[in-house]
Design a protein around this ligand. Structure first.
Ligand SMILES: Cc1cc2nc3c(=O)[nH]c(=O)nc-3n(C[C@H](O)[C@H](O)[C@H](O)COP(=O)(O)O)c2cc1C
Length: 190
């Protein structure tokens, strides 16, 4: 199973189009983070507060779908040269999960997956997404994640991405790789 977390605030945007093209014909779940409630992280690392039942939100459900997947796709627009806030809220909460006694395998489970990061921006993203790519690399290093790749596309209005031929071609190739992987691990088409 592939789990894709969508970070855009619009459901018909360029990052969604790339995710749909990447995943067509594969067994996957699309989760629109914009429709989920994920609370801001609470940093109790250096306090004696009890972390139990701190949040009543959708984080655990989203995380379960990520932890159950063999491949995880994060698809985000470039917002102010960073990932969207809805995706960042999800990743910030990993700090709580790393300390959560009930998720003692969190880091090892998360490290044992393939990650594909889709980024779409309108202002020379090939250059200006570099700080975000570096940020993801540090995140992955911290989490012992080694199997990852990036797709960077260009577009402003929904559908603009279809004109970014190189990115569409790259996504097509990766889609075919994911379909072949599906045969290796015995998953069927949706
Ligand atoms: C809040 C906000 C911030 C943005 N910041 C950037 C940016 O820093 N760099 C950039 O290239 N484009 C930026 N954009 C443009 C979007 O990245 C671009 O329109 C992209 O195609 C949106 O993805 P989507 O179609 O999947 O929603 C921004 C758009 C919004 C709404």
């Amino acid at each position: 199973m592939i789990t894709c977390l969508l970070g855009s605030s619009r459901s018909d945007g360029n990052s969604r189009i790339l995710a749909d093209n990447l995943l067509k014909g594969t067994k996957h779940r699309m989760i629109n983070l914009y429709e989920k409630r994920i609370d801001k992280v609470i940093d109790n690392r250096h306090s004696k507060m009890n972390d139990k039942d701190l949040h009543q939100d959708d984080y655990s459900e989203v995380l379960k779908n990520v932890m159950d997947a063999h491949t995880v796709v994060f698809s985000t627009p470039l917002y102010w040269y960073s990932m969207s806030a809805s995706l960042k809220l999800f990743i910030d909460r990993w700090t709580e999960s790393l300390r959560d006694q009930h998720r003692d395998n969190f880091k090892s489970v998360m490290s044992n997956k393939e990650y594909i990061i889709i980024i779409v921006g309108g202002d020379n993203p090939a250059v200006k997404s570099r700080p975000l790519i570096e940020q993801f690399k540090y995140i992955f290093e911290f989490m012992n994640i080694t199997n990852y790749s990036f797709i960077v596309g260009e577009g402003v209005k929904p559908l603009d991405i279809l004109e970014d031929r190189n990115t569409m071609e790259k996504v097509k190739t990766l889609n075919s790789d994911l379909r072949n992987l599906k045969h290796q691990i015995g998953e069927t088409n949706e």
